[in-house]
Design a protein around this ligand. Structure first.
Ligand SMILES: C[S@@+](CC[C@H](N)C(=O)[O-])C[C@H]1O[C@@H](n2cnc3c(N)ncnc32)[C@H](O)[C@@H]1O
Length: 426
């Protein structure tokens, strides 16, 4: 277990000093001096792309940096854990996954435990959360007729997930050799499938979806209010740098995103981040839940429509200029829960966001911790780590307040959920 004090969360954000240079509509990306390093493979690809097509949106930049199959961050770097760039709650201690499992079982039983049940995780990272959930499911004898579907683009992470979840004998040898892992049989006795996209998960079955620190990795567009109206912030090549480097520029003309965006009445922000792929994904899920039944639990750090500039990078547990050495560091932006709720209006019931502290406490995380602390089989070191892991997750000064839980259910359950409120959100 890793001492939590040295690990970086992805939730504090860079205080960038952005200066609008009059006339040039140029942004200075950061007060961090750019290191003159040899350009990353991805920097060379982006440089060529911008040279041929002109400045790109921050969303296009973020998507390329994170998931480009040959040079992107998740497919090539050691991202999560002490040796990586950041740590997440499931990696801190097993109790997090156990709480999520209890929540799923509770909500599933409330609607009559429909079978078969597809358990989908978006962006499973190292596979720790789903592994902890399946262990609890097994304990409750709930694995019959459950299939697991992992949505993951990174082959590197697919391999890590398969290694944790499947014994070697249960994973097609050819699949493993080709690094094209598509299915296996989990050590806890249920079939497990890998997909690139949610649309590949079969329809016609009840589906429970979990997403932990996934939505913050989806690409955001950045908009700025000017005297001429909303304009989009773009990424361009910095012509003043001897090495390949990038800078922000403000589009002179409206872009499709700046034209599409309609601010809510009373919204005083002058800078915004919008994640249309998150809205579209949730709308798709809402349709699926209405047709075949299901629900989603989303956990991430985010706000309720009051923040405007949260795009940031992480490297080696430290904040990192997002434009520096693309592909070498993680990029992230806070989830705008107000925007997600608006996308789901009259499509699904939404619950939350509630803080991680409130959610985990109402599920009984402290009771579970105390039970484990009384277990004589556990070492003193293990107990110490469990205690510090839970403390980090629920302490409002750490992850307790910044991390939020959000959930969606089909509208048909409105009356039922009034009588039997969704656990953690009442
Ligand atoms: C920040 S990590 C979170 C990992 C894990 N859920 C956890 O909490 O430890 C983001 C995960 O989402 C995956 N990912 C990012 N963008 C994705 C996309 N567009 N489609 C599928 N997976 C994606 C990454 O490869 C990684 O597994």
């Amino acid at each position: 277990m890793i001492p939590t004090c040295i690990l970086g969360l992805r939730s504090s954000f860079l205080n960038r000093s952005r200066l609008l240079v009059a006339g040039l509509v140029r942004y200075q990306s950061s007060s961090i001096p750019l290191v003159q390093s040899s350009a990353t493979a991805l920097a060379r690809q982006l440089n060529a792309k911008i040279k041929s097509t002109g400045p790109i949106t921050v969303a296009d930049y973020m998507k390329e940096v994170l998931v480009n199959p040959t040079a992107g961050y998740y497919p090539t770097q050691e991202s999560i854990g002490a040796k990586g760039d950041f740590i997440t709650s499931p990696e801190l201690c097993q109790i997090f996954g156990e709480m999520i499992a209890i929540w799923i079982l509770n909500e599933w039983q409330k609607v009559g435990s429909p079978k078969p049940m597809q358990l989908v995780e978006l962006g499973p990272g190292k596979g720790t959360l789903i592994s902890d959930i399946l262990r609890v499911f097994k304990h409750f004898d709930q694995l019959k007729e459950v299939s697991v579907h992992l949505i993951e683009l990174s082959q590197k992470l697919r391999e890590a997930q398969a290694k944790l979840l499947c014994s070697e004998a249960n994973l097609g040898k050819d699949d493993a050799q080709q690094l094209n892992i598509t299915s296996g049989f989990a050590q806890v006795e249920c079939p497990i499938f890998w997909h690139h996209h949610l649309s590949e998960v079969p329809n016609d079955a009840f589906t429970c979806v979990i997403a932990h620190e996934f939505f913050d990795a989806l690409p955001v567009h950045k908009l700025k209010k000017t005297e001429q109206g909303w304009r989009e912030i773009l990424v361009d090549i910095d012509p003043n740098s001897p090495d390949i480097s990038f800078r922000y520029v403000l589009s002179r003309e409206p872009t499709p995103m700046s034209q599409l965006y309609k601010p809510e009445e009373g919204d005083k922000r002058t800078e915004l981040e919008i994640c249309p792929s998150a809205g579209a994904l949730l709308q798709n899920l809402a349709d699926r839940f209405t047709e075949d039944g299901g629900f989603l639990l989303l956990a991430d750090y985010g706000h309720n429509g009051e923040k405007g500039d949260t795009f940031r990078g992480f490297s080696n547990h430290q904040l990192h200029d997002p434009l520096l050495n693309p592909g070498s560091a993680d990029l992230t932006a806070d989830v705008d829960f107000n925007y997600l709720s608006r996308c789901l209006k009259s499509k699904a019931l939404t619950f939350g966001p509630v803080t991680q502290e409130k959610f985990l406490k109402s599920l009984g995380i402290e009771v579970r911790l105390n039970l484990l602390l009384q277990n004589e089989k556990l070492s003193a070191e293990h107990k110490k780590n469990l205690k510090s892991g839970v403390e980090m997750m629920i302490n409002p000064q750490e992850m307790g307040k910044r991390f939020k839980f959000f959930s969606i259910f089909p509208e048909i359950l409105a009356d039922h959920l009034k009588k039997f409120p969704v656990l953690g959100f009442d």
